[in-house]
Design a protein around this ligand. Structure first.
Ligand SMILES: Cc1cc2nc3c(=O)[nH]c(=O)nc-3n(C[C@H](O)[C@H](O)[C@H](O)COP(=O)(O)OP(=O)(O)OC[C@H]3O[C@@H](n4cnc5c(N)ncnc54)[C@H](O)[C@@H]3O)c2cc1C
Length: 448
């Protein structure tokens, strides 16, 4: 059996790794001349290393995935999160509900009071993300942080978004924690991400690199999949020049790339066309001064600045910039047609540098490096059409079967650890249809 894997990001490389562990033949087809997809980094450009598609850290709730990544990636540092939110010029501890004592007494009081009011309300199950925010945190926290920040990062009003992805996953904060937070007794909030890992050198791309090293003889670069079709029980894949034949296909490339490559029923085409996503601009800046903060990242909910998050990579690893220098990354979510999408890279840098300088977050007179990276498919947006549309797509792919794996292939909001989890599930499912018993991850880990 030979499996064609479309895309060499975290998902494609993980699928390849698991098939190899089970002794199954495969080939990975990648359109770019580089592996890693969204986990790619710009390495050592004038001494600076940056992640290209958003600030990345490794954390997972899955202990076997953590073991796997830690045995393959040799240079992971473990770092304790120190993250803040910039609110009315104050640096508020993250998550916001755990940092109420950092607010002015008036803001603190209103956040506390409005949270306590939610405890006496009998709500119907919230239908939109906006309702969920108000019901979970109360008006004070909602209007100061949750609504503006989420409007910025999702680039759409929270009332147009579904709740299934937060409901149950983000619990209502215990009243004890909110009271402690308001009077200044330390509480941590989301502890699963309290300690994260990051490669000492090479940026986050060192994570997919470790998987790539295991399968590299079977990865074909510069192969842009343009046609995928089923013929006589086989899959034919083409880049317009060379045809490939496989017994099974796992697609990890964005669902829109698959849509372009296949002739799909109208209903499936329509469903894919309704799926919403956001793009991201990363403004990478280097400075001729030592790192002035001890933060890892800073959320900026204020609507008056385009940046929604700043990343301080020097505090992840000292090797991300030369001695005596530091860097900062500004992340901006956008959609095609937004004002920022019409600006040249030079104009984007000018706007962001001036804005951050005016807010005293950088000193622009010491700027020595700048670069802009734009990523089209960055965030899956769970709008109110999502559940219907994705079901139509999944039902169709399962009927073929064509296996989907990954953030934009499955169209799910997963991180790189989720790509590994899903790659294991998808390859297990594929093997089980061939009556092959897949090796459990514990067994794979025990021999690495
Ligand atoms: C802003 C941001 C912040 C993030 N932060 C984190 C974080 O902190 N921690 C974390 O773990 N994860 C984070 N993630 C998520 C992580 O980047 C993704 O979950 C992961 O990289 C997705 O991998 P993938 O292989 O599914 O998809 P991709 O990385 O998109 O890989 C798909 C691959 O398919 C290739 N391809 C596309 N079209 C074709 C074609 N026609 N033919 C052949 N190949 C094709 C692409 O070039 C790419 O290599 C973040 C993502 C973003 C955008």
């Amino acid at each position: 059996m030979k499996v064609g894997i479309l895309g060499a990001g975290m998902s494609g490389l993980s699928c390849a790794f698991f098939l190899k562990q089970n002794g199954i033949g495969f080939e990975v087809l990648e359109s770019e001349n580089e592996y890693g997809g969204l986990c790619q980094s710009i390495r050592n450009d004038k001494g600076f290393t940056f992640d290209k598609a958003g600030g990345h850290i490794f954390f997972t709730k899955d202990t076997e995935v953590k073991k796997l990544v830690n045995s393959l990636v040799k240079n992971l540092l473990t770092v304790r999160r120190n993250t803040k939110i910039l609110f009315k010029g104050r640096f508020v501890k993250y998550p916001f509900e755990n940092g109420l004592a950092d607010l002015s007494p008036e803001d603190n009081y209103e956040c506390l009071l409005e949270f306590i009011r939610t405890l006496n309300e009998k709500y119907e199950k919230s239908k939109t993300f906006r309702d969920w925010i108000y019901q979970t945190f109360g008006k004070g926290i909602a209007e100061r942080y949750m609504i503006p920040y989420n409007t910025k990062i999702w680039n759409c009003p929270p009332e147009t978004m579904d709740t299934f992805w937060v409901d149950g996953r983000v619990p209502k904060p215990p009243v004890e924690d909110i009271i402690k937070s308001a009077i200044g007794i330390s509480t941590e909030g989301y502890t699963h991400q309290l300690n994260f890992q990051y490669p000492e050198t090479g940026g986050y791309q060192s994570v997919p690199e470790a998987f790539y090293e295991q399968v590299k003889d079977k990865v074909l670069f510069n192969y842009k999949v343009q046609k995928v079709e089923q013929q006589d029980g086989k899959w034919i894949v083409s880049d317009g020049k060379t045809e490939k034949v496989y017994d099974e296909i796992i697609s990890t490339m964005p669902i829109f790339a698959l849509q372009n490559a296949m002739t799909l029923p109208v209903k499936v085409n329509d469903a894919i066309s309704k799926l919403k996503y956001n793009s991201i601009i990363m403004v990478l800046l280097g400075f001729d001064y030592p790192e002035p903060t001890d933060m890892h990242w800073l959320y900026i909910p204020e609507m008056s600045t385009p940046t929604h998050r700043l990343i301080y990579l020097k505090n992840y690893t000292l090797k991300s910039s030369p001695d005596g220098k530091t860097s900062i990354i500004s992340e901006i979510t956008f959609n095609e047609g937004d004002e920022i999408s019409k600006l040249s890279d030079k104009q984007v840098v000018e706007n962001i540098v001036n804005d951050l300088h005016d807010r005293k977050l950088i000193d622009k007179t010491k700027l020595s490096y700048s670069r802009v990276c734009r990523t089209k498919y960055a965030y899956v947006v769970y709008d109110l059409n999502y559940t219907n549309s994705i079901k139509i797509v999944n039902d169709y792919c399962e009927s073929l079967p064509l296996y989907l794996c990954g953030r934009f292939a499955q169209f799910v909001y997963i991180n790189s650890d989720g790509c590994i989890v899903n790659a294991k599930q998808v390859t297990d499912k594929l093997l089980s249809t061939k009556n092959i018993m897949p090796k459990p991850l514990q067994e794979i880990n025990s021999i690495l």
